[in-house]
Design a binder for this molecule. Sequence first.
Ligand code: GLY
Ligand code: MN
Ligand code: MN
Length: 456
Amino acid sequence: MSANLMDAMALTEFSRRREKLLQAMQANSICLIPAAHLVSRSRDTDYPFRQDSYFHYLSGFPEPQAWLVLSNQVHVTGVKRKNSTGLSILFCLDKDEQAEIWHGRRIGPRQAQRQFAMDRAFPLDELDEELLHLVDGHDHVYYAQGCHAEADELVLGILQALRDAPKQSHHAPASLHDVRVILDEMRLFKSPFEVNLMRHAALISAEAHCRAMRCVAPGKNEYQLEAELHYVFAKHGAKSPAYCSIVAGGKNACILHYTNNDQVLNAEDLLLIDAGCEWQGYAADITRTFPVSGRFSEAQQLLYQIVLDAQLAAIALVKPGATFKQIGDAATKVLTQGLIKLGILTGSLQANLDNQSYRAFFMHGIGHWLGLDVHDVGRYKEADNDRPLQAGMVLTIEPGLYIDENTRVAAKWWKTGIRIEDNILVTEAGHEVLTIAVPKDIDEIHALMADVMCSN
Ligand code: GLY
Ligand code: MN
Ligand code: MN
């Protein structure tokens, strides 16, 4: 697909989302969405910029220090509207020759209006004054309070200024709504456009995992494998991992969010890698666990097969109408049965399920929503009930078993952390595993690892 066609599709997608939000808001509402800010890393150096997920979702505009303003008021004076539902207005940094020499090119309001299909774009310098005019006369403000202190101060200041202004000439909105209530629900259901982006993120990430399997060797450091993963991400234009990669050898894999990634790998250990790239804002989130030596030991094989069986049982249930609870329960049952069979747990299946003894070895949830954020937005419950899955949702399924050293079980099981995680799209017919391209069967892993790729 040509870049231009892709851009046109993306523009249509962003416009469609704004349209949907404008329709979902109450009549005579205005919505205010700030972009992310640059964050200082150390003197004169910032962290790599990452756009705010909501701002990106609605605009596609890639720069920091911008605001998106949407209004469904019937008449906002002075702005010609492109569609009947409402107005899209962007505030962004103005062109500035000197600043651009130092910090990079800016799109600027004039080009941004055309390129991002806005009804109007203003320079950021005019934000305070224009925003006051724009908010004036609306009945409702939709805004995500509590994310950025400076943005809160601006929005609440404008509301107060309008409340304090003469009533004959100004009309302060009476209510402030959390825009996330609408946006989170929209983001939970992925469009075909989004699914394609997520497929691509999954494909790049799958290649990275396969490379890591073929490059691992005893004596290498965890960070060398991290470098192999990130090399593949970057090679394909995915400039950032979607989250801090976890490259955890042996007992390090028992630390669920291990990110030090700085230990030497031992031949007798398993290596757990939880890593995924971000592609055009969308995350992949894949975990595989494999032997540093290329061959699972007998004990490792027994534990690994339990986790794999649990994951397969859970994935098999993913279809419209199923719940996270049903899926999690299926996995937990297989894990618990397996632990009893190996003598790691004792007693009946039901007794172990009832007293949750398995929690000592599987202490996290079965999965989460996936999208622009790796732990994506969206409610998990409806009222007090578990929410049934619906087509278009994307979730992870990631059971695991973790047995640290000195746990009260036979020493042969120690220093072992195993997790297997895939990304699953719920379809009308059931599901599609987006991350199918990374092997997880023991024989397939052995075969792939026999095909060594890197010599050092
Ligand atoms: N990588 C974070 C998670 O699996 O939830
Ligand atoms: Mn995950
Ligand atoms: Mn993960």
